[in-house]
Design a protein around this ligand. Structure first.
Ligand SMILES: Nc1ncnc2c1ncn2[C@@H]1O[C@H](COP(=O)(O)OP(=O)(O)OP(=O)(O)O)[C@@H](O)[C@H]1O
Length: 246
């Protein structure tokens, strides 16, 4: 079987904060089309790792390669244009704007002034509505975002990422604070997204991880402790001791 070309690679990627090695020489490869989960205890370096990938944190050492191109020094906004979308925390939603305007603004901020992917206002509307419909918020387009339920605001964030039509969508603890039924719907949504995009998911809810991930990376103290298919990770003794409490 021909190996799938990696969409994303990191080589010796590291980030120190003072004396703390938050990410410590990580070699990572993500094949195009995969849905991949990163798990690990609090403070393991997961958020710092994806921040290095999306460019909101600069590396202390090592490289990030996206689609064969070294993007280690590329500013974050250019990485978005290259196809990397990272759903930030809920604070990225403008509470006084409508759901649609939030999505349209996300597209406008990142793509509209791009000569290659420059969008007409019609395309902007289509991208925005399409993304809202995908996450199930089509009927809420005109609603003021701040009046949406917490779960719907989280979905709106995902729509803001999806509207950028990313090749790589990074979701950082997307199910945090969602109800059980919202989590069920969210799993279905990420499955659907995974048919079109590569997904990198930081997630503490192991049911979500096991339902979605084709492969899992376990981080601990800035390093990769283990990597493999869900069944392998479950069976891994080092992982059980360090993280799964087994
Ligand atoms: N800007 C920063 N300045 C100083 N230390 C930081 C900074 N960002 C992260 N750290 C530290 O780096 C380590 C890794 O943090 P990070 O948020 O990446 O871990 P995490 O695995 O995402 O944790 P959690 O699951 O709690 O979100 C932690 O010890 C954290 O305190």
């Amino acid at each position: 079987m021909a190996a799938v070309k990696p969409l994303l690679e990191t080589h010796g990627l590291g980030r120190s904060f003072g004396g703390l090695r938050a990410v410590d020489g990580v070699d990572f490869s993500l094949p195009e089309g995969e849905t991949h989960a990163i798990i690990g205890p609090n403070g393991a370096g997961k958020t710092t790792f994806v921040s290095l990938i999306c460019g909101s944190v600069a590396p202390t050492d090592g490289r990030v390669v996206f689609d064969g191109q070294d993007i280690s020094l590329m500013p974050a906004h250019k990485r978005v244009r290259a196809g990397i979308a990272y759903t930030f925390q809920i604070t990225s939603v403008f509470a006084n704007l409508s759901a649609f305007d939030n999505v349209a603004l996300a597209v406008q901020r990142h793509l509209i002034d791009d000569h290659e992917r420059g969008l007409s206002s019609r395309a902007l509307t289509e991208h925005g509505m399409d993304a809202l419909q995908k996450v199930g918020l089509g009927d809420y387009a005109d609603k003021v975002a701040g009046n949406l339920s917490y779960g719907h605001q989280r979905l709106l964030e995902v729509a803001m990422g999806l509207a950028l039509r990313p090749r790589l969508l990074i979701l950082d603890e997307p199910t945090q604070g969602l109800s059980d039924s919202e989590i069920e719907n969210f799993i279905a949504l990420v499955r659907q997204i995974g048919e079109e995009a590569t997904v990198l998911l930081i997630e503490h809810n192991m049911d979500v991880v096991m339902a979605l991930a084709e492969r899992i990376t376990v981080m601990e103290q800035g390093r990769i402790l283990a990597q493999g298919a869900p069944a392998e990770i479950r069976a891994n003794q080092a992982v059980q001791q360090a993280y799964l409490g087994g």
